[in-house]
Design a protein around this ligand. Structure first.
Ligand code: CP3
Length: 328
């Protein structure tokens, strides 16, 4: 059963719905919380033995069908010369916001290859590598900190289109090398997180972002399943899915049935609202039943949240949910 996730990615019929959760590592789990008393997030990602422990914790406690590398999307800009801090209760903060980048230096993320090797030696379930997508990364570089409007980024795209294009090219080249490094080390699937791209209009997405994402997926090739995830993408889903990849991740603002129709032949991943894990069990199971009834859940489907696990989620409830989906 250990390759259930990979088989679903490739479109094969499976006997049980594969389950994993975005941000399943390092949120509310006890061992992670304990480690965080001593280490910063980035320090944990840079220490292979500890990062591997954090990735393994949800496999053992929750029984999910895939592990995600414990890393962060900001490690790539850091390996391109950007000074990043992860500030408690805020998120990534950039010392000097702007589009300046150096070429990707793989020696600055060599620890990721070590972590992946440890994970492969210890786990029966597949290991997912990941990167932020160029738009989402650029939004942090330009805003300098998390934003809810992405005004500075969107103004930059309108006022300095040539510089934007150059920034997208540099980031895309970095993403390709960064993901290839993870695949070479043993990552069995890779997910591109374009978490904030849904703030753009479909027309602007198509003109100023999509060609770069298409280039990334093409350059990776089909050696391992490629997953493309974004939130607020319902208005641009055909474009979002118009890349060479095997899996499309969607959030809960679209029904699985509609997403299924619009992403073509690809595997669908999602899309439980993470908030449902904080509510009554009956509301959760009703929603899950409804989701699974909307699609053929045993083919081209991977159960996941529509965005990351909330830190408030209770791991006993999450475990019960994994078991519940596995009985379906
Ligand atoms: O999925 C996992 O469990 C593996 C590890 C992982 C982290 N970041 C570790 C982390 C993953 C997949 C990410 C991806 C990531 N990082 C994204 C894309 C996914 C998404 O949620 O949309 C983004 C936008 C970031 C940037 C980032 N890093 C933010 C906004 C924050 C602060 C708020 C938060 O908790 O999400 C971080 C810090 C960070 N990265 C933490 C973890 C576990 C929080 C650490 C803590 O406070 O203990």
């Amino acid at each position: 059963m250990s390759n259930l996730f990979l088989r679903a990615c490739r479109g094969e019929r499976v006997e049980r719905v594969p389950v994993w959760f975005m941000r399943q590592a390092g949120r509310s789990l006890p061992r992670y919380r304990e480690l965080r008393k001593t280490y910063g997030v980035l320090e944990l990602t840079q220490t292979p033995a500890l990062a591997a422990e954090v990735s393994i914790e949800p496999i053992e406690r929750l029984g999910v069908d895939a592990a995600i590398l414990f890393a962060d999307i900001m490690l790539l800009p850091m390996a391109m010369g950007v000074d990043v801090q992860i500030v408690e209760g805020v998120g990534p903060v950039i010392a000097k916001p702007g589009p300046e980048l150096q070429p990707f230096d793989p020696s600055r993320v060599a620890f990721l290859a070590e972590t992946i090797k440890i994970l492969r030696s210890k786990l029966a379930v597949p290991v997912i590598g990941f990167s932020g997508a160029p738009f989402t990364l650029a939004s942090y570089l330009i805003e300098g900190k998390p934003s809810r409007t992405w005004l500075t980024t969107k103004k930059f795209m309108l006022e300095r289109p040539a510089e934007w294009d150059l920034l997208m090219q540099k980031l895309s080249d970095g993403v390709i090398e960064y993901l290839k490094l993870q695949i070479a080390a043993g990552a069995q699937a890779v997910q591109l997180f374009d978490s904030w791209v849904g703030c753009l209009s479909p027309v602007q997405y198509r003109a100023q972002v999509l060609p770069h994402v298409q280039k990334i997926f093409k350059a990776l090739g089909p050696t391992v399943p490629r997953l493309h995830f974004g939130t607020h993408t319902a208005g641009m889903l055909e474009d979002f899915a118009n890349v060479e990849c095997e899996v499309i991740g969607v959030d809960w603002r679209i029904s699985l049935a509609e997403a299924r129709k619009r992403i073509g032949n690809k595997t669908l991943q999602g899309n439980l609202d993470p908030t449902l894990l904080l509510g009554p069990w009956e509301a959760l199971t009703q929603t899950v039943d409804h989701m699974l009834a909307e699609i053929d859940s045993k083919q081209k489907y991977i159960f996941n949240l529509g965005h990351g696990m909330l830190p408030e989620a209770n791991d006993a409830v999450v475990k019960k949910l994994v078991d519940y989906v596995h009985t379906k």
